[in-house]
Design a protein around this ligand. Structure first.
Ligand SMILES: [Fe+2]
Length: 309
């Protein structure tokens, strides 16, 4: 695995973005129509950038380049789901294959014999990050099946209720550690790129994301870490802080369900609270289930995680 490139200084981009007026909430309906129906932009789309930074996520309409990558990568994703060594990822009573880093792709995003991951969503990421290439992580293959979620033995009743009623909403990178299972910032994913691999109805366990939650997390964690050097953040217990931030987000940020089809994609800000909604009563999906491949490369350190774009 090649070393991840140094993440560029993006302060200038952040300043530029901060100086631009953000899209008012009243205009979001227009953005959604544009996202669903408009042809993909050929050049940088400032409207989409503003949508991403305002809401903490954005959608990319069907892209033949990405659709080609999905088609060529699908056999490897199916094989990963069936592989005996990945059986440990089947959870929630057999209704969720979590599949973290289960796709055997290389740093270009290609599986054996397949093309590198590419398309407008990838171009968008490069524009925001100021890169022309990055080291893609082995992707997560997340598959949800009818009936999600079912209780599992390793899950408390309260944890199951949180999964069922609150989408198991979480922030990536805050890992449990120690005998008291407290949470610490241990991973610094640059972004979450979701790429559907199978057709599914919108109520087939869509992603749930709390719009604007990335700025709540940024503010709360910035205030908390302000007197601590970044290389020591990994040892700061953030459990209570995180729970308080989550409560604020549930009270103040709108919850949005995000569903997409193969050839489309969505990008979620790394600081955005998100989870998986339950499988709807009338939901339907192809034989593969609701299969989404997620890239979450860890490209920067703690300071980039908190302060970068
Ligand atoms: Fe997540």
């Amino acid at each position: 695995m090649p070393a991840a490139p140094q993440r560029p200084d993006t302060d200038h981009l952040r300043t530029q973005l901060a100086e631009r007026p953000y899209i008012a909430r009243d205009n979001r309906a227009e953005l959604e129509v544009r996202g669903a129906n408009a042809p993909p932009p050929k050049e940088s789309d400032p409207l989409q950038e503003r949508t991403f930074f305002t809401n903490g996520w954005c959608h990319f309409p069907h892209d033949p380049v990405l659709a080609g990558w999905v088609e060529r990568t699908l056999p490897a994703a199916r094989a990963a789901v069936r592989a005996p060594e990945n059986a440990e990822w089947l959870r929630c009573g057999g209704t969720w294959f979590a599949g973290v880093n289960a796709l055997p792709n290389d740093a270009s995003g290609a599986v054996e014999g397949g093309p590198p991951v590419a398309g407008r969503a990838v171009d968008f990421i490069h524009r925001l990050a100021g890169t022309r290439g990055l080291a893609w992580d082995p992707a997560q293959v997340s598959v949800v099946y009818p009936g999600y979620p079912r209780p599992m033995a390793s899950e408390s009743a309260a944890a199951f209720r949180y999964r069922r009623d609150c989408d198991a909403a979480h922030l990536d990178g805050l890992l449990r550690d120690g005998p008291r299972r407290r949470r610490f910032l241990r991973e610094h994913h640059a972004f979450i790129l979701g790429i559907p691999f199978a057709a599914a109805s919108p109520d087939a366990a869509p992603l749930a994301v709390w719009e604007g939650s990335h700025e709540v997390i940024r503010r709360v964690f910035h205030d908390h870490f302000t007197d601590t050097p970044p290389d020591e953040w990994r040892n700061v217990d953030v459990t209570d802080l995180y729970h308080a931030a989550r409560r604020e987000i549930f009270e103040t940020c709108p919850r949005r369900e995000v569903a997409a089809q193969p050839g489309e994609a969505y990008l979620v800000h790394r600081l955005a609270l998100h989870g998986i909604a339950p499988w709807g009563a009338g939901a339907a999906a192809a034989a593969d289930g609701r299969m989404i491949v997620y890239f979450r490369p860890d490209l920067g350190g703690p300071q980039a995680w908190l302060s970068g774009v």
